[in-house]
Design a binder for this molecule. Sequence first.
Ligand code: 5GP
Length: 206
Amino acid sequence: MNFLEEKILLDGVIKEGNILKVDSFLNHQIDIDIMRQIAYEFQRRFRGIKISKILTIEASGIAIATLLGNLYDVPVVFAKKSETANSTDDKYVSHAYSFTHKKMNNVFISKPYMHATDKVLIVDDFLADGQAMHALIDLVHQAGGEVAGVGIAVEKGQQQGGRILRGEGYRVESIAIIDSMDWQTQTIRFRQQPERKLENAQLKAL
Ligand code: 5GP
């Protein structure tokens, strides 16, 4: 079991409706040590891939994206959400249905922050049906940029987002993949992933 799976078993709470609450370390209080380990794990998994920018969506992806941006030393952009689309002249705008809030959001990036020359690593806290991720990919493509990869902390493998994105040819790396979870017994089954250890130099820096 990897560090994130262990943390989820320790501190995650399963809610009715297929929702995993991880407020104590990711969605409300932020555990910096876990964020650092997530960032190192993404850097390790995407080693050798050139990126010029990290993209996420407000709010919970920002902590992960910031620590990763620090490792890569590249700018971090977070797409903003709004219920209304005002002028679209100066923005790239896409749309995503929110699984947790059960409503449609406009998702946008101001044009100066995404370019045709950008190679973008997109990260987020959760992947469920892939709505948020598809909106982010759409924004990169509207700017003419390239999606270099998709990094997810927690993928809910029983929902379709991961399968669809991989089928579309995106490289999706999820640190924890949940195959099933049961709110009544508070049990989670993770998808088996190859065991990987952080290298000594990385551990020293933690
Ligand atoms: P998707 O767009 O892939 O359907 O859902 C991903 C988004 O919904 C993520 O940005 C995340 O904020 C939220 N989300 C989806 N499922 C969960 C969940 O089980 N727990 C939490 N905390 N957020 C979730």
